[in-house]
Design a protein around this ligand. Structure first.
Ligand SMILES: [Zn+2]
Length: 257
């Protein structure tokens, strides 16, 4: 299947929803950097502070990982970071997550919402339970945000308005449909953003160094897309924003005619 190129030219705001600090730094932050460089505002919503992810106590780890995430955000031009206090390691797909994601969508009013893979297996093997819960809740919470009769307290008491997202993207999907081409500088920013999780990575001695696996990963995805470097996504077009975009091959054929 031909992967289609994402065109961010009409985007103003992008919301990235993940379970933990560092989840956005495994390739996705390269695309984020390419977008912030164009002036697109990108916000991260973390559902947990990743407090159960290190050898030290959760009380110590929560604030430490939040600081590492702030550093990572700065590296790729993300100025807006929200960290919720859902329990790390025990995320449950359901209305609690959908409600909080819908709230952030109504506050930030993004054109595009990006969540993670929500399948049992990810590209690297059995995925972590929080990732599945977060990914699925993102798909649903992002759509809930457009319905004023869902979570009515946010509308009627907190003064928010419904907001309809145009495009939902799933990062690292098993069956991608679209790609975002990234440049060498975006790759370097992505490596630097994961390196910001210094204390966390120091707790994982088996973990490969960011510069060892992120460049080959982006090149591998680029190969599938027919470009130098890329991030792949599965796209759900909620507002017909992708319908006019020809596939890369079609575009070449049209040009040749
Ligand atoms: Zn994670």
């Amino acid at each position: 299947m031909n992967l289609k190129r994402l065109d961010p030219s009409g985007w103003q705001r992008v919301l990235v929803v993940v379970a933990h600090p560092d989840d956005a730094e495994y390739g996705l932050s390269s695309a984020v950097n390419s977008w912030t460089q164009r002036g697109i505002e990108v916000s991260y919503l973390l559902l947990t502070s990743g407090e159960a992810g290190m050898k030290r106590s959760p009380e110590e780890v929560g604030p430490l990982r939040a600081q590492e995430q702030r550093n990572a955000c700065r590296t790729v031009g993300v100025s807006d970071l929200t960290i919720l206090d859902h329990p790390d390691g025990n995320l449950v797909y359901g209305l609690d997550l959908r409600r909080d994601i819908a709230r952030k969508v109504r506050e930030f009013r993004p054109d595009v919402v990006i969540g993670g893979n929500y399948e049992v297996e990810a590209g690297w093997g059995l995925d972590q339970a929080d990732h599945r819960a977060a990914g699925l809740a993102t798909l649903d919470g992002a759509r809930d945000a457009g319905n004023r009769w869902i979570y009515r307290d946010q509308i009627e008491q907190d003064g928010l308005e419904p907001w309809s997202v145009s495009l939902l993207l799933v990062s690292h999907p098993s069956e991608p449909t679209h790609f975002a081409e990234v440049a060498e500088a975006d790759e370097a920013a992505a490596v630097a953003s994961l390196e910001c999780h210094r204390e966390y990575l120091a707790d994982l001695p088996w973990h490969p160094a960011p510069e060892e696996f992120i460049p080959p990963m982006l090149h591998g995805m680029g190969e599938r897309a027919g470009v130098g470097r890329a991030m792949l996504f599965r796209a759900y077009d909620l507002a017909g924003v992708l319908s006019d975009e020809p596939a890369e091959e079609d575009a070449e054929e049209e040009a040749a005619e």
